[in-house]
Design a protein around this ligand. Sequence first.
Ligand SMILES: [Ca+2]
Ligand SMILES: [Ca+2]
Ligand SMILES: [Ca+2]
Length: 412
Amino acid sequence: MNIHKKLLSIALYSLSSSATLLNAEDFAFTKNDLLLAVRATSGSGTTTNIYFNLGSVMSFRDGTNPTNLGNIDADLKAEFDNNWYERTDLRFGVAGNRTNLTTQVDPPDTLIGEDPGRVWYIGHAAASPGAATLRALMTGNSLGFAATNYGGLKGIFEQGSFLETTLQKTASGAAILKESEQPTRWKTSWSQLVPASDDSTAFTQFTGGVQATFGQSGSQVVLDVHRMVGGQIGTYVTSIVIGNDGSIRALEPTPTATPIETWVATFPALVSSPNAADRTPAGDFDKDGIPNIREFAFGGSPVSASDNGQQQLRTVDANGDSQGDLTLTVEVRSGATFTTSGNKLTANRDGVIYTIEGSLDLVTFESAVSEVTPTLGTGTPKAGYVFKTFRLNASAGLSGRGFIRGGAAVAP
Ligand SMILES: [Ca+2]
Ligand SMILES: [Ca+2]
Ligand SMILES: [Ca+2]
């Protein structure tokens, strides 16, 4: 009895041990994964592909993907020589599609957020993340034909479909496919389904190229990934970037600084402030009660309580009817153009919504105002600003009180 027990436990141990070994070495790729492929169009390695599983297309679509996806430097060196990064005949591409079938035939598993059938994720070479032109509209049928073609490529990652052995993982997690070792799988490899040149269609349907090319200046090569839904222009999803160190990363475009951010960066005291709020539109570093958005809008200094931009109040005849008018001259961002909005004047410039409004009682600001041209400003506005003069229409003859004020808000 004891002997039987011992034999049984040995049998179980060897079974689980061999299963672990297989799982550790098989290259796994599922229908929802995004595929990276590297291929040479000439020179050494033309009958070799490196494949790498970038992860679920849904994670890229939803922005939950990691930034650092892996490093295939050792694979690239082994298959495409130590100078792989300098090779202008070395290209990589990205593709992802769950099924060639329509939603009616193969509905998505909405519980895990699967895309409808025939939705595609496909690469497009870019100078920098997000710089590639979005793909033009393709029909659902075209995407379906491409998906059928791509199905052959997905098939080479399946186990048991070929007499040839299942593709194994390298130390980096990549898979290497060689025509000499796996001639059947090679027939539907990336190199067979995606032409070397961007002049030909990839997966029989995609024009304009789906691959980026190494051998460029700079330390990384960028491939934008566009999501294609039948009948719609492509949308940007992410950028897959391979660095000269073999690293694979998912990057997004660098957001361009807004005019107020650019302006904030010109004040060292704001830049070095340990209080991040000092750099925001609502910040008031110089504690003069004027928030940064207003300092920016009206030519003030965010680091000087005595400089809040020029505001010149003048009572002169500003509309040629020989009656005096209440006028306000302020500095505004160059290019600000004011238009009537009800009784007010508004302008939208450099991320600022300006509002000029008048009042007779300082309670309601609904008394009409007009712009006076040419401006009545005296002196010189700050660089990047111009004077603008406004008149309280009801102030003609200056009987009674009147007020004009300017407002600035962050444009949505
Ligand atoms: Ca201030
Ligand atoms: Ca100030
Ligand atoms: Ca007048």
